[in-house]
Design a protein around this ligand. Structure first.
Ligand SMILES: Cc1cc2nc3c(=O)[nH]c(=O)nc-3n(C[C@H](O)[C@H](O)[C@H](O)COP(=O)(O)O)c2cc1C
Length: 197
């Protein structure tokens, strides 16, 4: 890969918890040797606006490259463009359905389809609650071909004190899937005779 840089594709779709994507991009932007190739759905532009104080310009300033959603001719739309894989955070049920059924009508969906056809790692931070059988079946379809389904579940053992603590634990888990360590990520090291986390 050019200059030895590794590349992570980051899709942001319109499920709740848009801040998770911003926290991930902040962490990734501090890492040496990694590029982020980011694509934001129309739904995510809405949730960013409703749920956070960030804009698409903020996403662009953290990303190595922000690809327009309608540019299905972008680098990440081809399997010949090497990447370490893709995370979609958060992943809406609509985007989940599109991936599970090979319906790639925008760059975010096409990039995920490419990751699957090239047998690269795909992590979906699927967010909805409660889940209906269609959602669950789509997750099973993708899990059965190796996709990591990672709903942003609460964790208690790391003793989060703020919402950002809880969000950062999810970000740490996402980065862990790509062999990366998020700053401040607390790993469980056993309950007996040591620190509680
Ligand atoms: C504030 C807000 C929160 C939403 N939260 C969710 C959610 O948690 N999960 C979900 O599947 N859709 C959620 N939606 C609906 C999606 O944004 C909508 O289905 C959209 O069409 C998804 O398209 P996309 O996957 O291309 O972003 C939410 C919408 C809004 C406005």
């Amino acid at each position: 890969m050019k200059n030895g840089m590794k590349r992570l594709v980051v899709g942001i779709s319109g499920a709740s918890c848009a801040n998770l994507a911003m926290l991930l991009l902040k962490q990734m932007s501090k890492l040496e040797g990694w590029e982020t190739h980011v694509v934001v759905s129309k739904g995510a532009q809405r949730t960013l606006e409703y749920e956070t104080c960030y804009t698409l310009n903020d996403v662009e300033s953290l990303a190595t490259v922000l690809h327009p959603l309608d540019n299905v001719g972008a680098s990440i739309a081809s399997g010949t463009f090497k990447t370490e894989g893709m995370v979609i955070v958060p992943c809406s049920m609509k985007t989940l359905a599109g991936i599970a059924h090979g319906y790639s009508d925008n760059l975010l969906l096409r990039a995920a389809d490419v990751v699957l056809k090239e047998r690269r790692k795909l992590v979906l931070v699927t967010r909805e609650t409660p889940l209906n059988l269609i959602h669950l079946n789509n997750m099973v379809t993708l899990a059965s071909i190796g996709v990591i389904i990672m709903p942003p579940m609460l964790t208690g053992y790391n003793r989060p004190e703020t919402l950002e603590d809880a969000e950062m634990h999810i970000v740490g888990k996402i980065m862990n899937e790509f062999g990366l360590e998020a700053s401040g990520f607390r790993r469980w090291s056993g309950a007996c005779g040591g620190e509680p986390r």
